[in-house]
Design a protein around this ligand. Sequence first.
Ligand SMILES: [Zn+2]
Length: 275
Amino acid sequence: MTFLSSGQKGLDAAVAQVFEDSHHAFGLRHIMEELKGELRKGPWSQQIREGIIEDFTRAAQACSIEDFNISIESIRNISSEAADWIIARKPEYWSDAIFRVCRYDHFSSNIVDAFNNWIPTKKEGSIVLMIDSLRMKIMEVIESRREACKVWPGPLTPTMEYKVEEEMLKARKMTVLCSSDTVFEVRCNAIFVVNLANWECTCRRWQLSGLPCMHAVVVFNRTGRSFYDYCSKFFRIESYQLTYSGTIFPIPDMDTVDFECWGKFNSASQATYIR
Ligand SMILES: [Zn+2]
């Protein structure tokens, strides 16, 4: 299980404490905003600051430690303080190259921000009413997503289909040499080895994103294999549907529920509402 959070307020320690075997990734946005704030204190022009932010993004999305280091060194050439600040922000939580498991190409915790915006601040008078307000919003989202995916052509979700198209466009002007039934050498600006049996490419993008990289795509084109047979199952519409297949049961009118008596309900009654 991998959590994606803002990494704020001690979440790194708290999540590890409660979910011992989980992994935890930080969204880039919060670190990026902090970095921008730090850079504004320095003597650099806007152009140089933007260059550092671009390098930081490249470092986070680099697939190999070597490429990560190249981007960090590029920042260090401008400011060793900025590079040290970035390294101190625990890249093992936000760098694709260093993170221990697959991030599935997710660098944003937008869903967390959206959820935070749902939490009412003043209107609801109690925690119970606040939870009920959230429950209603979650029910609406689940329903809208169940409806939306009914018309998707598939087999992947639209976001992933778009990424597939991007990889297909990039997969041109490369030479493929066949080493065995499953191992191929792909030559473009560098040489990459694609292993179909292990779902791996030496560029590491396939392993880190769950979606075959452009080098794998040229191998599929050459050998007549289907791209979709080599995608993570989590990108398929069936997985999306499964995500929203759970049921939130209706709750009776909150005004008529006597919460003091709630705890006295027998277990059968509780089971009706709390499933
Ligand atoms: Zn590759």
